[in-house]
Design a protein. Structure first.
Ligand code: GTP
Length: 356
């Protein structure tokens, strides 16, 4: 099986974290997000992955790490953004000759992609959309379908749930199985959306939906990025981290002072240091080589590799970029700092809170 994964977005809602790192290499529980995605594809017997990329391709290539054994990964670079359908078509052209998986590359999930492929084959579908249940449909594309899974209509970001039946609502989860001819007519060299321009034209012509289960979260905002990290460590989503409710995962090569307090879910990565009196967690990840100073408090937060938090500083609901430094006696709530940023001692910053 071949999978095309869309990783070409600039991740504007996650700036400044994404100013020099593409979203797929940002860490989830200390592991590049793309590596978790490749694990999931390997579990669905995918042996070849085409990463459809345009933004910071070299960082992407360097940041994904070694693919799982037996998997080949190719990075295909667009000269300009082509939109979801254009990008999949461009990446798939000349590389696929049978049904293939296509995925948005910013969704953390654990629904069985192998089951999605089987549903596609068993129904003789031309395209099959993975659905996930949500309690609030207003931010998603609701896919209305019959009992046999045949898609009847799409309702993109409905203002209310009126007329959409009872909860939960089943929405496009950003993972598809496509027959090769489905995108054959996508025009070259212009933005085309699979959700808005391709799928509506396939209604009644071989377009099916498959209800998946398990965990699902788009990691595209600060709030959802932090929640995805907490969920990976807390075991809400199945990943290689082996997270569990209240888990305290400390790498053997980390140094945690005996007088520091860790409250799970928390992960402390290799080479990280936690000083005496510091309180880390719940819902915290301290990246490789990051340091938390004496009596500092870090909760619902992610410190990327090499980040430093000063003594008595409080970091809450925030992401501290790679090698960024927060001085002593500072306070950060709801903030994202970019790579190498510096916050002076005693500074108090409160960020805008955006819904996940
Ligand atoms: P924002 O700028 O914060 O909206 O993030 P984004 O740029 O990632 O956009 P969005 O979340 O809508 O994209 C969903 C997925 O599609 C992400 O995995 C993107 O990387 C990917 N994507 C969006 N547009 C393109 C494109 O034109 N080309 C490619 N290759 N991927 C894209």
């Amino acid at each position: 099986m071949i999978a095309v994964v869309l990783v070409g977005g600039e991740g504007t809602r996650l700036r400044p974290l994404t100013l020099d790192e593409p979203k797929p290499v940002l860490p989830i529980g200390g592991v590049p997000f793309a590596a978790l995605m490749l694990d999931r594809l390997a579990a669905a017997d995918v042996s070849r992955v085409i990463l459809s990329c345009g933004y910071l391709p070299e960082r992407l290539r360097a940041g994904i790490g070694d693919p799982p054994a037996g998997m080949e990964v190719e990075v295909v670079v667009e000269d300009e953004p082509l939109g979801t359908a254009g990008a999949i078509a461009y990446a798939a052209r000349g590389r696929v000759d049978g049904p293939y998986l296509a995925l948005n590359g910013d969704v953390l999930g654990d629904a069985d992609l192998g089951a999605l492929v089987r549903a596609h084959t068993e129904r003789g579908a031309r395209a099959t959309i993975l659905l996930t249940p949500v309690d609030d449909p207003t931010r998603y594309g609701v896919v209305v379908h019959g009992p046999d899974g045949a898609v009847e209509r799409f309702v993109e970001k409905p203002p209310t749930a009126d007329g959409l039946g009872p909860a939960p609502w089943w929405v496009n989860a950003g993972a598809y199985v496509l027959d090769p001819d489905v995108l054959a007519d996508v025009p070259e060299g212009r933005m085309t959306s699979i959700e808005r321009e391709v799928f509506p034209g396939l209604v009644g012509d071989g377009l099916f939906a498959h209800r998946g289960g398990g965990y699902w979260r788009d990691i595209g905002t600060l709030e959802s990025f932090l929640a995805a990290n907490a969920d990976a460590v807390g075991g809400a989503v199945a990943t290689r981290l082996g997270g569990a409710d209240g888990a305290v995962l400390v790498d053997p090569a980390a140094r945690v002072d005996p007088a520091a307090r860790l409250t799970g879910p928390v992960r402390v990565c290799a080479g990280a240091e936690i000083a005496a009196g510091a309180a880390v967690g719940p819902d915290a990840v301290v990246g490789a080589g990051a340091r938390v100073g004496e009596a500092a408090e870090v909760a619902r937060a992610v410190l990327l590799d090499g980040a430093r938090v000063g003594a008595r500083t409080c970091v809450e609901a925030s992401a501290i970029g790679r090698d960024a430094v927060v001085g002593d006696d500072a306070s950060l709530v709801g903030c994202a700092l970019g790579t190498g940023a510096a916050v002076a001692a005693g500074e108090r910053l409160e960020g805008e809170r955006r819904p996940g």
